[in-house]
Design a protein. Sequence first.
Length: 129
Amino acid sequence: MFTVEQIKSAHSKVKSGADFPSFIKEIKALGVTSFETWVVDSHTDYSGEINFKTSSTPMYDKLIINNLSNKTKFEDYLKKHQQGETDYFVFCRHCAETGIEKWVVSIDEMSCTYYDLLGNCIWSEQIPQ
C-alpha cells in the first residue's frame, strides 16, 4: 500500500493546477483510488484498494470557509489555477473565500468534485488524462 510520504513526494512536484493531472497519474500508480481534501487546513483522507485508508496532517493554519458559496467566482479562480496562475495555498484561500469546503477526487472515474459547507456540489469536472 501507499504512504502519505509517497503522496507528499508526488505533490511536491505540483506548482499549480496545470500539474494536477500528472499528480493524479502518479498517485494512481501508487494505488490511491480516491481522496477527499478539506480546505479548512488541507488535510486529506486517502483511500486505496481493500478498504485501505490513510490521512495527511494539516498543511496550514485553519482558514475560515465562507458560509455562502459563489460558483461564478470559484469557477474563475479554478480556471486561473488550472492555467498555472496561482499556487496551491492561494487556490485553497480562494476556495475558502468562495465557500468551498472540500473537494473529492475519484481516480477510477478521473473526476474532481467541489462541495460547499452544506454538501452541495458546486462544480464537478473530468481530470484530463
